[in-house]
Design a binder for this molecule. Structure first.
Ligand code: F6R
Length: 240
């Protein structure tokens, strides 16, 4: 795993955006795997600025997001579809019909998950996957557990994740307790992965990602077996 330690959040955002911009310039019809949460917001702003300045175009790019709350409608203002439109897609020239977010209202989430993974494969597979880190080590919504799923599936959120994400909702009781999320296999099949981490709250996981062991109890450690992962973190996440 390659590690890039940045001075602060802004530098981390720029480094991440440069890596994506380079890929999009090289392969204009690339497939991006995208994440929500606070961490990539600055990177998405940088990408929108590059697009506005005419440095890159997303017109032939396809995207697949990692996860969505369940059950939650795409037009709900806390949905991850809403987040992506608001923080990225509305500000770039991407064709929204090429942007995919798992269906938070799927009647049969298992079938939806199978179809989601099949759609990724049919599109040619993810060229570059963006990941954030849960303070407990989750990646997407693969929470610390004895056994993890390979493919996209319905999952329950841990209390610590519900607590962490309650900052976006009116109260903790409004946070959905479930989500549909790509599995570890869906993530591992990406050709390249960049992981963004900012702030002292991520130090525990960043440290766990650097020893020579893996454990499903800290899902981010599983990334050590992927051949092309770059962890881009700021000094607070790196040093604690
Ligand atoms: C979001 C996702 C989550 C977040 C993680 C970190 O699509 O899959 O795993 O990346 O919870 O969230 P932030 O960036 O808000 O700290």
């Amino acid at each position: 795993m390659k590690i890039i330690v940045c001075e602060n959040y802004d530098e981390m955002s720029k480094v991440g955006a440069d890596i994506i911009a380079e890929l999009v310039a090289e392969k204009p019809d690339c497939i991006l795997g995208l994440a929500t949460g606070s961490t990539p917001v600055g990177m998405y702003k940088e990408l929108a600025a590059k697009n506005k300045a005419g440095e890159i175009t997303f017109k032939d790019v396809t995207s697949f997001n990692l996860d969505e709350y369940y059950p939650l409608a795409p037009d709900h203002d806390q949905s991850y579809r809403y987040f992506m439109n608001h923080n990225l897609f509305d500000h770039i020239d991407i064709d929204k019909t090429r942007t995919h977010v798992p269906d938070g209202l799927a009647e049969d989430p298992a079938l939806m998950g199978k179809n989601y993974d099949a759609a990724i494969t049919a599109a040619g597979g993810i060229d570059l996957q963006v990941l954030g880190l849960g303070p407990n080590g989750h990646i997407a919504f693969n929470e610390p557990e004895k056994e993890l799923y390979v493919g996209t599936h319905l999952t329950s959120l841990t209390d610590s994740t519900i607590e962490a994400n309650s900052r976006f909702f009116a109260s903790k009781s409004d946070v959905p307790t479930k989500a549909v999320t790509m599995g570890i296999g869906s993530i591992m099949q990406a050709r390249k992965i960049i992981v963004l981490a900012s702030g002292k709250g991520k130090h525990y996981v960043v440290e766990k990602m650097q020893d020579d062991r893996i454990t499903t109890e800290v899902p981010a450690t599983l990334l050590k077996v992927h051949p092309d992962v770059t962890l881009i973190c700021d000094k607070d996440a790196y040093n604690g």
